[in-house]
Design a protein around this ligand. Structure first.
Ligand code: ACO
Length: 334
């Protein structure tokens, strides 16, 4: 796939350091081996060194020797990380004893390594649920300066190239916020347009999806999308964005012309912003399963440093690709 090859090629040039907190898990080790041999990124593996060494032999991995391996229970930066965590969270009531316990947890240690400047990004989630990966990331790395909400986008590559940019579309929020308010939805739209531009390399045309097109339906859920569209236009006046709009009017030119004749986005949208997480999460999985689309992500947007969450059903290739995307995002942040 051309887009992924470009993302991987660019990651190679960047030489970013990505931390993998599930570093002794089978798929993570196999992915790290591919990444290190292909020089896609530098890797820090957090895990039990004995388990890693046994699995390296068992799987015949020859690239892992280039990784930095950190045993979360015993490593030279442990006190530094504990003090850093205490410093960040003491205002929220965290005690030094609790910090001492939490730094044993690799999902806390990984964002701490990023915060301290030892790593540029993190990929996790092959063994842990989304909430357990995101909560420490939110608490330690926090949102970017211009953002109040983190959301998750999917780059969808559809074999049938009729829709979007030759079959490439970006969907959000598919991963984080169950019911965003109008301001959050506006921020999600602006952030997703950035992801479309910087990672999917398409010129964003954003549709704010609803069950109504330009006033055809009346409901408080429609009002939320209308308000979000207005706010997003204020946040980024140059952005090509329109709503509220139904999915067919957003991506099918003939329907767009009929239902929203004055819109510059209708019928041509390549960025789809869903009104709720139910819609976004179900929507991307429908396209992935029924249309056989490749779904790359979730790419988390709005965080101060790139931290990305895998699905627990992920493959070794999925991990390699998400590490390459994370390295590309780290370049943007830099
Ligand atoms: N953006 C930025 N910061 C956030 C966000 C957000 N969207 N949500 C929570 N936070 C911050 C809070 O401000 C808080 O920070 P603080 O402690 O410094 O004040 C911290 O994170 C914890 O906040 P809580 O409200 O306690 O968050 P909670 O743990 O309840 O929920 C979570 C966060 C886990 C991400 C929740 O929103 C969630 O479970 N979302 C759905 C995830 C999911 O299941 N997705 C579908 C599967 S993914 C897939 O299929 C691809």
């Amino acid at each position: 796939m051309g887009l992924l090859q470009d993302i991987i090629r660019n990651a190679r040039k960047l030489e970013k350091t990505i931390v993998l907190p599930e570093g002794d898990a089978d798929r993570m080790l196999k992915a790290a081996d591919v990444i290190l041999n292909a020089k896609i990124a530098k890797i820090i593996l957090i895990g039990d060194p004995k388990v890693i060494s046994r699995k390296v032999k068992e799987f015949g991995l020859n690239g892992i020797q280039k990784a930095e391996i950190i045993n979360p229970l015993d490593h030279p930066r442990r006190k530094e990380m504990k003090d850093l965590l205490y410093d960040i969270r003491k205002g929220k009531g965290l005690t030094l004893e609790q910090a001492d316990e939490l730094v044993n947890n690799s999902l806390y240690l990984a964002p701490l390594l990023i915060k301290a400047g030892y790593a540029d990004g993190e990929v996790a989630g092959s063994e842990n649920a989304t909430g357990n990966v995101l909560r420490p990331a939110f608490q330690i790395v926090k949102t970017a300066a211009n953002s109040s909400v983190v959301s998750g986008a999917f780059i969808m590559i559809v074999e049938d190239q009729t829709y979007g940019d030759d079959g490439i579309l970006v969907f959000a929020d598919c991963a984080v916020n169950p019911n965003p308010n109008a301001k959050q939805l506006a921020e999600i739209a602006v952030a997703t347009a950035q992801t479309a531009k910087n990672i999917a390399k398409i010129d964003p045309k954003v549709a704010m999806l609803s069950f109504s097109t330009m006033g055809s339906g009346k409901h408080e859920d429609v009002d939320k999308v209308i308000e979000a569209t207005k706010l997003a236009k204020e946040m980024d006046p140059e952005l090509a964005i329109d709503g509220e709009i139904q999915l067919d009017a957003a991506i099918v030119e003939s329907v767009g012309r009929k239902k929203a004749p004055d819109s510059k986005v209708a019928g041509l949208a390549n960025v789809l912003v869903f009104p709720t997480l139910d819609a976004g999460n179900i929507g991307y999985k429908l396209v992935q399963r029924l249309a056989g689309a490749q779904a790359i992500g979730p790419v988390l947007q709005g965080m101060a440093a790139p931290i990305n969450d895998l699905s627990r059903g992920c493959s070794v290739d999925d991990i390699v690709n998400l590490v390459a995307i994370t390295a590309n995002q780290a370049q943007e942040k830099a």
